[in-house]
Write a protein that binds this ligand. Structure first.
Ligand SMILES: Nc1ncnc2c1ncn2[C@@H]1O[C@H](COP(=O)(O)OP(=O)(O)OP(=O)(O)O)[C@@H](O)[C@H]1O
Length: 263
């Protein structure tokens, strides 16, 4: 296992947001976390990289490559984040500094995390852009000069720049139109194949679960109600809540099974 969460409980002053959650992600897995809005998916995923606001209290353990992440200092977790664990968020605008060109984002990232010389950093950035289907001239543009889909692909290129072992992708297509969203996910899937990284993929969209996930967990009101392989869950859901979610997902309305593509 590359990541194991054990007995994770996260609470605010007024309520328990995540309640005794345990889950494991294997090397190279595309692991989908599915559930209704407010069920605690983002909070759980943010706890992995110690990104939670300080007023939330955490119990449990997060083992990543045999290291307990909750025991790391702020400096130590910063090193893990970015280099070994990378986040991609729904709000791609927020991932960029508006007055800095795309190239500066790459350059800064490589300067902080590697010893590469300036010329090499430039070449690495161009290679990264091209690897997600973007042209070299985007390097010289400002974020506002790119479309949402292009920016999210830049975010993927940045996230994968240092070949992290785990990518946490939190509803990364929600703010995109469906064609751009599809392209972004195809890029992510291609990059996963090339690098062998694991992906924790937070989504509401069952079409994406069906197309990309290997395993998944269903979250409801802060707890995981069911977890397992994609085909087992989609074709033979056990928990009532999972059955309900699948039944109401438009993509399954004609009894389409998990492995089949709609044509
Ligand atoms: N900083 C915070 N302080 C207190 N409660 C919070 C805080 N951030 C989030 N919450 C609460 O935690 C719960 C879970 O939120 P979370 O964002 O993890 O849900 P989610 O499943 O990711 O939802 P969505 O699919 O809409 O993104 C919500 O009830 C939310 O109001």
């Amino acid at each position: 296992m590359i990541l194991s969460l054990e007995g994770m409980t996260i609470r605010s002053e007024s309520k328990i947001i995540v309640d005794q959650v345990s889950l494991s992600i294997r090397e190279g897995d595309w692991f989908a976390l599915v559930g209704a809005s407010g069920s605690g998916k983002s909070i759980l995923s943010q706890s992995i990289g110690q990104l939670l606001p300080s007023q939330l209290q955490i119990e449990g353990s997060i083992t990543f490559k045999e290291q307990d992440l909750l025991k790391l200092s702020a400096k130590e977790i910063r090193k893990v984040r970015g280099k070994k664990i990378a986040y991609i968020f729904q709000d791609y605008q927020g991932s960029f500094t508006p007055f800095r060109k795309i190239g500066q984002h790459f350059d800064e990232y490589l300067r902080v995390h590697t010893q590469s010389a300036k010329r090499t950093r430039y070449e690495q950035a161009i290679e990264a852009l091209e690897s997600v289907g973007l042209a070299e001239d985007l390097y010289h543009r400002y974020p506002f000069q790119l479309s949402g889909g292009q920016l999210q692909r830049v975010a993927i290129a940045l996230a994968l720049l240092l070949s992290p072992d785990l990518v946490i992708a939190d509803e990364i297509t929600t703010a995109l139109d469906s064609v751009s969203g599809h392209r972004v996910l195809e890029m992510l899937a291609k990059k996963q194949k090339e690098t062998g990284c694991s992906i924790l993929f937070i989504t509401h969209d069952w079409r994406h679960v069906r197309r990309y996930a290997d395993r998944l967990a269903i979250m409801k009101d802060g707890s995981i109600v069911e977890t397992g392989g994609k085909h087992r869950i989609l074709d033979h859901p056990q928990h009532e809540y999972t059955k309900q979610l699948i039944k109401t997902a438009p993509i399954f309305e004609k009894g389409l099974r998990s492995g089949l593509d709609r044509s």
